[in-house]
Design a protein around this ligand. Structure first.
Ligand code: COA
Ligand code: AMP
Length: 625
């Protein structure tokens, strides 16, 4: 089918289009209501269908002759471990862990929080929740206890699943004390903590609350999947918004399973038996969709890599994994390839590996800058595809759908709207603009299957944050334009969210942490350019009258951010200013400061309160790009 035909069909008859796609998965009860709206007017796909996502990702393949095919490949250069699970083995492990959870009282609709490093047990725990119809919420290991506590209070999980430690290159990070600290801080107290004890560290277990994963598994029986409704939540994944409170994106079983299956075929061109590697982390949406669910729902083998693109042990690590497991598609963030390029600019490592199975490379998480595109394309000789998506959508809004007859990528563009997503560029009034003109990127409702159905326990935030700006549209928070050929160009966020090494962080949240310091009168955190990570946060502070600027305050604020949010949010620096530039209504002009620091042309808004501050700032800031 041609891309254009699929796009047109999905636009004029979304129900018919997605009904057809839903026929490609096995339902316990076929959905009759393909698309419905609830009392809040939120959309749900396949609400009255019955299915089980873990069954579709595991048992289904065993029943259909893939029992001995490798389902999950675990490769951990940081612990020198390699392990493979066939579909039969993984099904068994998941079914047993579902029993472990069930014995702790976990059943359909209960929440389970997973705070794990990149080990197979993380995927097993996720799938075991899905098997029970319980709702998992995975929290990325780089978040600090405070962040974990905020998520515990919001998700109110019956059980937390964790491991004794994570490994960051050579650093061993004990996870269990972080979990203990988070539970202490949280108001809600989970009844059980299940700890996977890794060989590197044995965590201390608290009596009557903590259980040893291995011990519990040795007594577990494999249990059958629980049928759930198409609109029952599969998971909550927290993502950064503009405030200190992260948003719990809710994804439902039915739409998710259909969207994952469709995307594996149409976006990635994958067939059952192929090997798919998303070099990301289960704590991010990429990890949910394309380390765990997508490849398994499609009957592929998925790679779970506990390492970095560089230093584990060298810049050839990605190519080594691709050769060793005959990877067909590799998906990562541009920042990972910039890190490889820095260490191996000529791509000499590639010559040491046989990449004949590798067909294409996919990039997401931030814009694929032309320099990284060309470097990657030159050294691999392979198609390099940028595609754009968000935690909220769960799969690519735009890309190059290689499973359809389509056009080639354009460098600098995130590709074409994926069938199902009606992408439009709107001006500030909500009117669609002409091609080539920039504006807010919005998606006409209904969103396709697999996108968020609401914000956990906070429908008002879903409405206010995404749906009420332009009625009838979901606003993405990204700005950009579409060219005459329909290619989308993403120009960056229009809100206070920044992207650090492919990790989405809220500057508003960092500002809340900093402004709590007794000596800080006000502050602004902005994302400034970084050669490797894309952006890094920089704090600009104004101290209270009478407080002298000291390096101690700066160092303390840096530590505070690491302690409160986590090491992934490390501040590049703290700069003390006499005052911050503002509009007459008191809005801090973050963009002006960012443009100055990045050495870009500064666009001064006419609403600036006091123009003389720009001279002061100019003297203060030297471009650091
Ligand atoms: N658990 C605990 N700590 C973690 C962590 C985790 N899961 N992940 C990162 N951290 C820590 C790091 O150890 C580091 O700590 P340090 O400041 O004490 O050294 C800090 O958080 C920052 O980590 P990171 O942002 O990853 O920077 P880095 O310099 O260690 O590595 C890259 C840079 C580019 C190599 C790395 O970020 C990377 O591989 N990025 C790929 C991005 C990605 O997968 N994005 C997902 C979307 S596709
Ligand atoms: P996350 O929710 O963490 O996946 O981050 C989503 C945000 O990352 C988007 O809103 C964009 O700002 C940015 N992003 C993701 N993929 C791309 C891409 N291919 N091009 C440009 N920006 C991207």
């Amino acid at each position: 089918m041609s891309y254009q035909a699929a796009l047109t069909h999905s636009k004029i008859d979304p129900v018919g289009f997605w009904q057809k796609q839903s026929e490609l998965i096995k339902w316990y009860k076929t959905p009759k209501s393909i698309l419905t709206q609830d009392d809040e007017q939120f959309y749900h796909w396949y609400a009255d269908g019955e299915l089980n996502t873990a069954y579709l990702a595991l048992d289904y393949h065993v029943e259909n002759g893939r029992g001995e095919q490798v389902a999950l490949i675990y490769d951990s250069p940081v612990t020198n471990t390699k392990q493979q699970f066939t579909y039969r083995q993984l099904t068994f492990e998941v079914a047993k862990f579902a029993d472990v959870l069930a014995k702790q009282g976990v059943s359909k609709g209960d929440r389970v929080l997973i705070y794990m490093p990149m080990i197979p047990q993380a995927a097993i725990a996720m799938l075991a929740c899905a098997r029970l119809g319980a709702i998992h919420s995975v929290v990325f290991g780089g978040f600090a206890p405070h962040e974990l506590a905020v998520r515990i209070d919001d998700a109110t999980p019956k059980v937390i699943v964790t491991a004794s430690c994570g490994v960051e290159i050579e650093k061993i990070i004990p996870y269990k004390p972080l979990v203990d600290q988070a539970i202490e801080e949280a108001e809600f107290k989970p009844s059980t903590v299940i700890v996977y004890q890794r060989a590197l560290i044995t965590a201390e277990l608290k009596q009557r609350r903590d259980l040893d994963w291995q011990q519990e598994m040795s007594n577990a029986q494999d249990i059958a999947p629980t049928p759930v409704k198409g609109n029952d939540p599969l998971y909550i994944l927290y993502t950064s918004g503009t405030t200190g409170k992260p948003k719990g994106v809710v994804r439902e079983h039915g739409g998710h399973a259909v969207a994952m299956k469709y995307s594996m075929d149409v976006i990635y061109g994958m067939r059952a038996g192929d090997v798919f590697w998303a070099a990301s982390d289960v704590g991010w949406v990429v990890g949910h969709s394309y380390i765990v669910y997508g490849p398994l729902l499609a009957g592929c083998s998925t790679v779970m890599y506990e390492g970095k693109p560089v230093k584990t042990p060298d810049a050839g690590a990605f190519w080594r994994v691709c050769e060793e497991y005959k990877v067909n598609v590799l998906f990562s963030a541009p920042t990972a390839f910039r890190a490889i390029c820095k260490e191996d600019p000529k791509g000499s490592e590639i010559a040491n590996y046989d990449l004949s199975n590798l067909k294409r490379l996919y990039l997401a998480g931030e814009r694929l800058d032309p320099a990284t595109y060309h470097w990657l394309n030159d050294i691999t000789g392979l198609p390099v595809i940028d595609h754009w998506w968000q935690t909220e959508t769960g799969w690519a809004i735009a890309g190059i759908p290689v499973g359809l007859e389509t056009k080639a990528p354009k460098v600098g563009s995130a590709g074409l709207a994926t069938p199902g997503f009606q992408v439009e560029i709107l001006d500030t009034e909500g009117t669609p603009v002409k091609s080539g003109q920039s504006g807010q990127i919005a998606i006409k409702l209904p969103l396709p299957p697999g996108c968020l159905s609401t914000i956990w326990q906070n429908p008002e935030r879903f409405k206010a944050g995404y749906l009420s700006t332009f009625p009838g549209y979901y606003v993405t928070g990204d700005g950009g334009y579409i060219d005459d050929d329909g290619y989308l160009y993403i120009m960056g966020r229009t809100d206070d969210v920044i992207n650090v090494a492919g990790h989405r962080l809220s500057t508003g949240e960092m500002e809340e942490v900093i402004s709590n310091h007794k000596d800080v009168a006000e502050c602004a955190v902005i994302g400034v350019k970084c050669e490797i990570k894309g952006q890094v946060p920089l704090a600009l502070i104004v101290l209270k009258n009478g407080v002298a600027q000291t390096l101690e305050i700066h160092a303390y604020l840096k530590t505070l951010i690491r302690e409160q949010i986590g090491p992934i949010a490390s501040l590049k620096d703290v700069v003390t200013l006499e005052r911050l530039p503002k509009t007459r209504s008191g809005k801090i002009l973050r963009k002006v400061m960012r443009q100055m620091i990045d050495g870009e042309q500064v666009q001064v808004p006419s609403t600036i309160d006091d123009i003389t501050i720009l001279d002061e700032l100019e003297q203060r800031f030297q471009p650091i790009a």
